[in-house]
Ligand binder design. Structure first.
Ligand SMILES: [Zn+2]
Length: 73
């Protein structure tokens, strides 16, 4: 059973991704300023996920990301 591993992976990433790692949202290179994300865009997207699954940030900047995310749904 490795189900618990996938559930805790996000929390671990937030705490340990201070090195140059991949953005947990889009897997691009992490930018220190926005760590552990690559940009404010991904940071906002992650925040939206924590606020509630299905919540969409009303920003044209993330239009492309919304499309890719909806494919998972
Ligand atoms: Zn990203």
């Amino acid at each position: 059973m490795t189900d618990s591993k996938s559930k805790s992976s996000n929390v671990v990433a937030l705490k340990t991704a201070k090195k140059a790692e991949k953005c947990p949202i889009c897997s691009k290179k992490t930018v220190e300023r926005f760590a552990p994300f690559c940009s404010k865009r991904c940071s906002d997207l992650d925040l939206g996920k924590w606020l509630g699954e299905g919540y969409r940030i009303p920003s044209q900047e993330v239009a492309g990301f919304e499309e890719s995310f909806e494919e998972e749904d």
